[in-house]
Write a protein that binds this ligand. Sequence first.
Ligand SMILES: C[S@@+](CC[C@H](N)C(=O)[O-])C[C@H]1O[C@@H](n2cnc3c(N)ncnc32)[C@H](O)[C@@H]1O
Length: 267
Amino acid sequence: MAPERAHQFGSGEPVILTDERGHQFLVHLTDHGKFQFDRGTLPHSALIGDRDGSIHQTDKGAKLVAFRPRLVDYVLKMRRGPQIVYPKDAAAIVSHADICPGSVVLEAGTGSGALTMSLIRAVGPSGKVVSVERREDHARHGRRTIERALGAIPDNVELLIGDVEEVIETVQPDRLVLDLAEPWHAAKVAARHLRVGGVLCAYVPTVPQIQQLYEAFEQTGAFFGAETFEVLERSWNIKGRSVRPDHSMVGHTGFITVARRIAASAN
Ligand SMILES: C[S@@+](CC[C@H](N)C(=O)[O-])C[C@H]1O[C@@H](n2cnc3c(N)ncnc32)[C@H](O)[C@@H]1O
């Protein structure tokens, strides 16, 4: 997860181990820890100090390839609390909401912290993510996920406990990213406090939620150019002469809606 070019694994870092069957395991290294599975045991000390991409053997002779996890590996393997935004959707949110270095992003709710980590990366050190979560247990879970993935809470993120509608006025964000059940309430407040020209992005799983959100856009008259889409990702099986799409895929996750805040009408 460390973006730097430090090649060697250190204690405290997450590592992704892949066996010969392609099974993957997310392990957080500790000085005296042991990784155990049906094909043997590997002490963490064998990994600490070794290189990203190194190959190891368990006491039963099974091979394991060790990598520093990509964000996508981490998010799909990490311990989940609230339902996460899948990496395919997180990537689309970052691009369609135009979240870039220097952006000030307000996110709600933090949930498991999966989307927060993509936002943190996208805004870079010159930007800021304020992520707000109204449930204390979810806020604790999200904080812990980010700490375990990144080693510490980075300087460019602030994790708050509270309601997005109450903090938006103070933050005055460039981008508002909502992954919560009733985004239309926040959209009404954003009609006053999202920066003019800024982007509201909402992620919801069902059609009635989209309809209510569009009603809020219409009532406030503060948003323009709303568009809604979903992202389908189909992986392929490539083995010798068998080259075909996989039999199963994640069918539905959520719909992404983006809209821009406009200034009050000229007349
Ligand atoms: C689906 S989860 C978010 C998951 C997160 N995006 C992730 O990728 O891990 C939705 C979260 O929004 C929180 N929430 C709902 N309404 C909220 C509000 N008005 N303000 C802040 N958080 C809210 C819920 O408590 C829940 O934890």
